[in-house]
Design a protein around this ligand. Structure first.
Ligand code: MSP
Length: 515
């Protein structure tokens, strides 16, 4: 059986979770839930990236010891993800002792193999990005993304990254699905047209003490990105005695492999540093790096901690609810693209797709079944042309969803389900069971049965996005068999099943007055 290992970036605990970090995490959660629905074994990790100057400074500013600061912040992340119904298998913290030991062991390996050397470094450093820049890269005294840089000169240790430049280019060209979407792959290949430098992987303790100590020079700690990227492998057992099988199981075996979800702003570290580190360590490449776009604010800038306009997941979920927010993030934003997000856009999307579409279909059909059929699901579907068309569409939707999820295209997967629901609403409009029920209950019963079947199939297919809401829907229509196979078949609701009409599943959301 295929195994699906998926990761989010591990977040800097220098600020609380916001809608941007929630986006990476919700998307990874949804993808893993779909793969689970398709019958795969999955493993999903997220966590916090706790070392480095930025965190040391954030703790200092609060007059706290860095670990106490991180303990508190990691809890904020855990709480936020719980609130967003994220089901991770492990919450990763780079300050965990076992991870630090594994990082040291990887560093020692590279040192022993001659992949690391010491030299004097002179150049620019951006604290907020924790990245070094050369003179050429610095534009008007700022980093390429406009962050403050400072000049430094010091002895440091370097990883021979440049040595792997051609090997990396070849790997990317030979494995077209490795970096996605294509625009990001091309960006990386463009970056690799320039000679690649070596990577400074140390910080002198005199400047920064908050990190993993280098095993071959105790005056230094390890560069935070080097420590952080390794989390993806150490989380599933890399460089830990007794965990070799686990590592094989999730990382190296033929039918396993890592899928990294990341934002496009951290593409170079993931698509250049990380693969070359793995090449030097002799470890298999991850299966996929998927770089998503940004959620933009009203000025069309990246919503971020530093611009101060960050909105927390709770700001959004208080207005529309947690699961509708998950749905919104996965459906409105084409995975890979940037997207402006405003209250108006959210409210329209939720009302159209959830309240007016699925919610409406559910309340119409269960109300009519309560009124004319005493709450018992009527027999079976009609055999006329429009019903046949609806059945074919419904039976093919599961395959479309699977295909699109496997291509990392969740918004189009959801589009397929919404299309089915739209067609079912149109079908009911055409059949008007609310009218026929008065004169021909048998006919009305057949049409309502078709509506219930569409709801059943759609709810199974939407569960990874709307777990509780769809469980509630399936309960109301008495559906107990909820496997992916059940979503491929028409006619599984037994006649006479009790249907419960309840409160609206997705109440319409009103625009707040001050929006
Ligand atoms: N700690 C590093 C990652 C190390 S992974 C080995 C880091 N952390 S971060 O806290 O800055 O969060 C990064 C993630 O949040 C990225 O995937 C980034 O793209 C995402 N987002 C932050 N703001 C965002 C938006 N406005 N929109 C979408 N995602 C954004 O980088």
């Amino acid at each position: 059986m295929d195994r699906f290992y998926i990761t989010t970036p591990i977040y800097y605990p220098n600020a609380k979770p916001h809608i941007g970090t929630a986006y990476s995490t919700v998307m990874a959660d949804i993808l893993q839930r779909y793969h689970k629905l398709f019958g795969r074994e999955t493993y999903f990790i997220t966590g916090t990236d706790e070392h480095g100057q930025k965190i040391q400074k954030a703790a200092e500013d609060r007059g706290m010891n860095p670990l106490t600061h991180c303990d508190e912040m990691a809890e904020n992340y855990k709480m936020a993800w719980k609130h967003m119904e994220i089901k991770y298998d492990h919450f990763f913290r780079t300050t965990d002792e076992w991870h630090k030991r594994a990082v040291q062991s990887a560093l020692q390996k590279l040192w022993d193999k001659g992949e690391i050397y010491s030299d004097t470094y002179e150049g620019w450093y951006s604290v907020s990005e924790e990245i070094f820049y050369t003179d050429k890269e610095v534009i008007d005294g700022k980093s390429p993304s406009g962050r403050e840089v400072t000049r430094i000169k010091e002895k440091n240790y370097f990883f021979k990254m440049s040595k792997y430049q051609q090997q990396l280019i070849d790997y990317i060209n030979d494995n077209p699905g490795f970096i996605c979407p294509d625009v990001r792959k091309n960006e990386v290949l463009g970056f690799l047209k320039q000679p690649l430098g070596d990577l400074c992987i140390s910080r002198p303790k005199s400047r920064l003490s908050w990190g993993v100590e280098l095993p071959f020079d105790t005056e230094y700690v390890c560069y935070v990105w080097f420590d952080a990227l390794l989390n993806y492998a150490t989380a599933v057992g890399y460089e830990q005695k007794g965990k070799e099988q686990e590592f094989e199981r999730w990382w190296s075996s033929e039918n396993a492999g890592a899928h990294h979800i990341l934002g496009k702003d951290i593409l170079t570290t993931h698509a250049v540093y990380w693969p070359t580190m793995l090449m030097a360590l002799g470890v298999k490449m991850p299966k996929k790096l998927f770089a998503h776009g940004w959620i933009l604010n009203k000025d069309n800038n990246k919503m971020s901690k530093s611009t101060g306009d960050l909105a927390t997941p709770k700001d959004f979920s208080d207005l529309i609810g947690v699961e509708p927010l998950r749905y919104f993030l996965a459906s409105e934003i084409h995975f890979g693209n940037d997207a402006p997000v405003s209250i108006e856009i959210i409210v329209n999307k939720i009302n159209n797709d959830l309240a007016n579409n699925i919610g409406n279909l559910l309340s119409r059909s269960t109300n009519l079944i309560a009124k004319y059929f005493d709450g018992q699901c009527p027999g079976e579907s009609d055999t006329d042309e429009s019903t046949k068309k609806l059945i074919t569409l419904a039976e093919n939707t599961a395959a479309k969803v699977q295909d699109r999820i496997e291509s990392f295209d969740p918004s189009r997967a959801l589009e397929a389900v919404i299309h089915l629901l739209n067609e079912a609403n149109r079908f009911l409009e055409e059949k008007a069971p609310w009218t026929t029920a008065k004169t021909n209950t048998t006919q009305a019963g057949k049409d309502l049965y078709s509506a219930i079947e569409v709801l059943r199939i759609s709810a199974i297919l939407l569960r990874p996005v709307l777990p509780e809401k769809m469980a509630e829907l399936l309960n109301r229509i008495g559906c107990k068999k909820r496997s992916f196979e059940d979503a491929k078949k028409w006619g599984l609701t037994p006649s006479g099943t009790h249907m419960e009409k309840g409160q609206p599943l997705f109440p319409r959301v009103e625009m707040p007055e001050n929006a």
